[in-house]
Design a protein around this ligand. Structure first.
Ligand code: 13P
Length: 256
């Protein structure tokens, strides 16, 4: 059985004081939850402090991006070894904001995925179609194309460290959530593709999160779907009051 995985993507929000206060509150409320994997992904500058605030709890820390090279003349970038050094275990790669606001493409994302795995970081790799692509009936083509590209060259055994996150671009920060049926449909497509690319066991074990306006009110029905193995939460991860109920929803799906 796949264990549900709920991750909070704080994006470029909160300041140092509020980051540490949120980490402390999450530690108090869900810091010993073992039946769901929990991660928070603060901005780079707060990673170390948040990792220290959560040390010894069951909540781990992830970054929101990484550069593929281990070091060198890459002004403004942060490497995988640096992330490990400050206590990160996960790294979000290929988020739609990096794809569509900052111009990252599948090839660059693929190099980052391979590098993260090489360094021993667990990538949470995001895929998802834009509204016009969904409206044109191209969801499967777009999402499967992204999955195939970003996983190019990843070994069968390395797949145990990979999480995929299906985040339809039209549902991110818009308040417009994919219905549980829409999410399940795409998650099944992704799992079938991964079975083709690797094998049935890899596909069966793969954690596929859903992301896009996940809130306490809709988390239960999304997470109850057979192929929805967790959530990548943006806005609702910025307060314990909204994040903790999502964690509780994951716990009560009975999937572990
Ligand atoms: P929202 O939950 O704010 O829609 O953001 C989703 C997301 O982009 C998580 O990575």
């Amino acid at each position: 059985m796949r264990k549900q995985f709920v991750a909070g993507n704080w994006k470029m929000n909160l300041d140092q004081e509020r980051s540490l206060a949120l980490a402390a509150e999450l530690r108090k409320q869900v810091g010993s939850v073992e039946d769901v994997t929990l991660a928070v992904c603060p901005p780079f500058v707060y990673l170390k402090g948040v990792a220290e605030a959560l040390a010894g709890s069951s909540i781990v820390v992830g970054a929101q991006n990484m550069y593929g090279d281990p070091g060198g003349a890459f002004t403004g970038e942060v490497s995988g070894p640096m992330l490990l050094d400050v206590g990160c275990r996960y790294v979000i790669l290929g988020h739609s904001e990096r794809r569509h606001v900052l111009g990252e493409g599948d090839r660059l994302i693929n190099t980052k995925v391979l590098a993260a795995l090489e360094f021993g970081l667990k990538p949470i790799v995001c895929v998802g179609e834009k509204l016009e692509q969904r409206d044109a009936g191209r969801t499967e083509q777009v999402v499967c194309g992204q999955v195939e590209s970003v996983l190019h060259g990843v070994g069968r055994r390395q797949m145990a460290s990979v999480t995929l996150a299906y985040e339809p671009v039209w549902a991110i920060g818009t308040g417009r959530t994919a219905t549980p049926e829409q999410a399940e449909e795409v998650h099944v497509l992704i799992r079938c593709l991964v079975a083709d690319l690797f094998d049935a066991d890899v596909a069966e074990d793969l954690i596929i999160q859903y992301g896009g306006s996940v809130k306490p009110e809709n988390a239960g029905e999304l997470l109850a779907r057979e192929n929805v193995d967790g959530a990548l939460v943006g806005g609702a991860s910025l307060a314990a009051q909204t994040f903790v109920p999502i964690v509780e929803a994951a716990r009560s799906t009975g999937k572990d």
